[in-house]
Ligand binder design. Sequence first.
Ligand code: GDP
Length: 302
Amino acid sequence: TNKFKEGLTKTRDAFVGQVTDLFSRRKKIDEAFFEELEEILIGADVGVNTVMELIEDLRDEVKKRRIEQPSELQPILSEKLVGLLTESDESSQLKMNPNGITVILFVGVNGVGKTTTIGKLAHRFKQEGKKVLLAAGDTFRAGAIEQLQVWGERVGVEVISQQAGSDPAAVMYDAVQAAKQRGVDVLLCDTAGRLQNKANLMEELSKIYRVIQREIPSAPHETLLVLDAATGQNALQQAKLFGEKSGVSGLVLTKLDGTAKGGIVIAIRREMSLPVKFVGLGEKMDDLQQFDAEQFVHALFA
Ligand code: GDP
């Protein structure tokens, strides 16, 4: 919870400061009150559709429970936010292979924090006593392989790679073989993130899927789409673009520490039928938190 609190400082200062101010300053719940609340929520990137629903909901509660004081409404707002985030029962738990190698694929546009997330997650698994291997499947972006190797050294896990420009599916094949030989528990695979050529990218991904599945039929066990929360509504657009098409099973929202618009988590959760598995709260190894809706909202309001 402390990690969440620290990492969400910017969002908390902006969003919660405003909300708390609104709830204490206004003496009654009227149109002006709802209008101001609406503005604050939209400003935090909660998303227009979601905000409209939320406000309607709050109006109903006010009527139903005959609430008069804004202060009585604040706990109901946080309850509603938790509700929005936990609505579907998909869990933030990663799906693991119960009998063999767990393969996790990472997809997402360049610069969103894919490599960093892989490094952080490798560290996390290692701390749990698991044997981890990384696959440098982004053979396209200059420096991507080296960057993953730096993380591999930092965390103390091996990286399987080939030369820049080589076939990512071949790297994956090597990586799966190596994982089998070395008795690896978790294989984390980087992939290319260029978006200029979406058709090619999807083709490349399906080839990677085929190669992995030929070797481990139940794999990949997760395909995580990494999104930069600081890009706000842009992240939501990327989520829709990559979306359910590329077999994405969950989301990682990075750089929440760098934005005052943490409300984007709610917008994305709401508009995509995909669970948020992790959030990035900084650049260091330990700055990755498993997503927990209640902790998240409590960290915002505490
Ligand atoms: P990739 O191109 O998707 O692999 O992105 P990188 O992993 O190279 O990350 C791009 C930049 O974002 C780097 O400078 C990272 O240190 C930074 N970054 C990644 N995740 C986070 C995060 O959760 N918080 C902050 N503040 N920076 C992050």
